[in-house]
Design a protein around this ligand. Structure first.
Ligand code: ATP
Ligand code: MG
Length: 437
């Protein structure tokens, strides 16, 4: 062994593939979006729900459905090393919300309107608009069976997109009816596909008897013609289902939402009934579905609860932000109102007291930092002040402090003159620094 110690540089660690850091300035766009979501949810009287990110694997196997893409190949499932429990990182939040609603008997005194925002996990091939950790916003109305609630939920999405300034998004609708109607259609569908076995790909053949409806959802271009001519579920709906669907369409039109019927839309999840819908754009390639949802009246019973009608949707927030950026809507991070220039560390006690008082009065102040590590020229501090985007520099110089004051210098308005303000009555002039007092 050599006498010299070999110092190995530790290997750099990177984030897991398909899972992204959200860092400034991009994180400001996320906060901007989240602020708008919270305000809108308030106006629709939807309240926040937060469920664990880890759930029992059985919740998704049962709730999402054994024959779905999610359960068949996309879940991050693992065994808890300590007690052997089978756990899964949530790939979607609807089963978790329904589990929580049953566990806490949330609908005991009537319907509940809920929303959530948070990370979901699916092991997919990462590409633009498709990640392994991604953020979903979702809304769920539990305990309401009427079509007007289906419409209310779609209006939420419509209004959110309008408020964000998103363009060229359309709503596609379909109705999946009730289980008995789906059974009749299912039989016709299997018979049709059996007549065209040679045109089915391996996946479709595998699903032919377990979940033929999902064949309609295929992304295989070679099967599109076959799927186009397949029997349509809409032709199998009875009067009550048709009436529900008609009311949805009429109310949407009344409220100014333009929609189209897509008779082949079945949605990826097993638990839907009646209305299903997607908000889609042609501007994001294959990842053009921004939001998908529908009515899932059977899910409560499937998860061991009392039968309870319910309807909801989930929205991919990365896709929303990507479309916004692509359409030139890029909100920027708010700059501080003021930057505190501190020529000498001796000024720190008075400067920091003043800055605290300003912040209490609602002014956003960024303080120059790092004085202890060396001298910081006024020039370099002003350069930092400029870079911060602040509209004012506050100069805590020796002269100023000797007179119990601070100099306020406008950084963006060249015609403005410098002023001196007293440190004794900060609250009296604080508001003059604010962009929106
Ligand atoms: P897709 O057909 O694009 O795979 P999906 O039907 O699997 O979508 P849902 O389970 O309905 O999607 O989820 C609702 C929304 O969440 C989607 O419309 C999409 O905007 C978003 N989403 C789904 N999977 C991802 C992902 N892996 N990365 C980013 N966003 C996603
Ligand atoms: Mg998917």
């Amino acid at each position: 062994m050599s006498e010299k110690e070999v110092i190995l540089k530790p290997e750099k660690l990177a984030a897991v593939k398909g899972m992204n850091d959200i860092v400034p300035p991009d994180s400001a766009r996320w906060e901007w979006l989240e602020d708008r979501v919270r305000s809108l949810m308030g106006r629709y009287a939807y309240r926040n729900i937060r469920t664990p990110i880890v759930e029992p694997t059985a919740l998704f196997v049962r709730g999402t459905g054994e024959t779905t893409d999610i359960v068949e190949k996309e879940m991050y499932s693992f065994e808890d090393k300590l007690n052997g429990e089978a756990l899964t990182l949530r790939p979607e939040n609807t089963p978790g919300v329904v589990r929580a609603a049953i566990e806490h008997n949330l609908t005991y005194d009537g319907g509940k309107r809920l929303y959530y925002m948070g990370p979901m996990f699916r092991h997919e091939r990462p590409q633009r608009g498709r990640y392994r950790q991604f953020y979903q916003l979702g809304a769920e109305a539990l305990g309401f069976s009427g079509p007007e609630v289906d419409v209310e939920l779609m209006l939420l999405v419509h209004d959110l997109f309008a408020e964000l300034g998103l363009r060229n998004v359309v709503v596609e609708l379909n109705s999946l009816g009730v289980p008995a109607e789906r059974q009749a259609h299912r039989a016709a569908l299997i018979a049709y596909f059996e007549q065209h076995l040679e045109q089915l790909d391996t996946e479709a053949r595998r699903r032919l008897h377990s979940n033929p409806l999902r064949i309609l959802d295929t992304k295989n271009p070679a099967m599109q013609a076959l799927v186009q001519d397949a029997p349509q579920l809409l032709d199998y709906l009875g009067d009550a289902s048709l009436k529900h669907f008609e009311t949805v369409k009429t109310l949407l039109s009344c409220c100014g939402v333009r929609w189209t019927v897509n008779p082949r839309m079945v949605r990826g999840l097993d638990y839907y009934s009646h209305t299903v819908f997607e908000f889609v754009t042609s501007e994001l390639g294959a990842q053009g579905t921004l939001c998908g949802g529908g009515r899932y009246d059977g899910l409560f019973a499937l998860l061991g609860g009392k039968p309870t009608p319910a309807v909801g949707w989930g929205m991919g927030l990365e896709r929303v932000l990507e479309l916004l950026a692509q359409q030139g809507q890029a909100p920027v991070a708010a700059a501080p109102d003021a930057y505190a220039v501190i020529p000498d560390a001796a000024a720190l006690p008075r400067a920091m007291q003043t800055i605290q008082a300003l912040r209490s009065a609602g002014v956003a102040v960024q303080m120059h930092a790092g004085l202890a590590e060396g001298s910081h020229s006024m020039k370099s501090q002003f350069k930092k002040a400029d870079g911060s985007g602040a509209r004012y520099a506050l100069i805590f110089g020796g002269d100023e402090l000797a007179q119990n004051s601070v100099t306020v210098k406008a950084l963006r308005d060249v015609t403005a003159v410098q002023s001196r303000q007293s440190l004794s009555d900060v609250a009296a002039w604080a508001a003059t620094l604010q962009s929106s007092p």
